[in-house]
Design a protein around this ligand. Structure first.
Ligand code: B4P
Length: 192
């Protein structure tokens, strides 16, 4: 099965949820830029202080900061045999930077999986998560802003990777287990 993967999808489509499950099945580390930022916010690091305001407003953290962080993470030993990137790249500039990083080490992406979901459903999921986890960026106005950022900056990556013939689209609606099965099936079919 493919081993160097990206998970794309709007906020709330299930990227973080599915990344952990899929990476476990594939035996590669899930690398979530959102989680790395949140850990840094929690630990009060310089990176966390820098990222916090952007995240709380639903904006993207500046590319130079995010790119350097991912470059560093991909250089770790556990990512040599493969990885599942969750939430990166999020715009065309980040995708170009990822290409440069992978080219420099002779690596290439195997597949880019886009999880699709209805806007109303993702807003519902995120508002539900807000009740449980109280994430500062899960209020309705910030969720709507994150959707706009996704539409304007991240959605163009679908065509970007489709042109390369490595895009796989998977329906993210329905129960979590069902979506996992669809993802595993879609990836298995790709390398058959
Ligand atoms: P992320 O952490 O990536 O947040 P997200 O897009 O909301 O997705 P997440 O993975 O958390 O949620 P999921 O859909 O799994 O980013 C947060 C912020 O970090 C960004 O706004 C930005 O500021 C910054 N950032 C991150 N990456 C960046 C980058 N590359 N460049 C710049 N800035 C960056 O799940 C949502 C909810 O739905 C969960 O509660 C889950 O339990 C539920 N759910 C999932 N699947 C479900 C299903 N099938 N049915 C019902 N509920 C489901």
């Amino acid at each position: 099965m493919s081993e160097r993967l990206i998970l794309l999808g709007p906020p709330g489509a299930g990227k973080g949820t599915q990344a952990v499950r899929l990476a476990g099945r594939l035996g590669v580390p899930p690398i979530s830029t959102g989680d790395i930022f949140r850990t840094n916010v929690c630990d009060g690091t310089d990176l966390g202080r820098l990222a916090q305001d952007y995240m709380n407003s639903g904006a993207l953290v500046p590319d130079e900061v995010t790119n350097a962080m991912v470059r560093h993470r991909l250089a770790a030993d556990d990512a040599v045999g493969g990885f599942l990137l969750d939430g990166y790249p999020r715009n065309v500039a980040q995708a170009g930077e990822l290409d440069d990083t992978l080219n420099a080490t002779g690596m290439a992406l195997d597949a880019v999986v886009e999880i699709t979901a209805d806007v109303d459903e993702v807003v519902k999921r995120l508002l539900h998560r807000a009740e449980i986890e109280g994430r500062a960026d899960d209020t309705e106005p910030v969720i709507r802003h994150r959707m706009t950022v996704y539409r304007e900056q991240t959605a163009p990556l679908t065509a970007f990777y489709q042109l390369r013939g490595i895009l796989v689209q998977v329906d993210g609606m329905g129960p979590v287990d069902q979506v996992t099965d669809r993802l595993v099936g879609a990836l298995a079919a790709r390398i058959r």
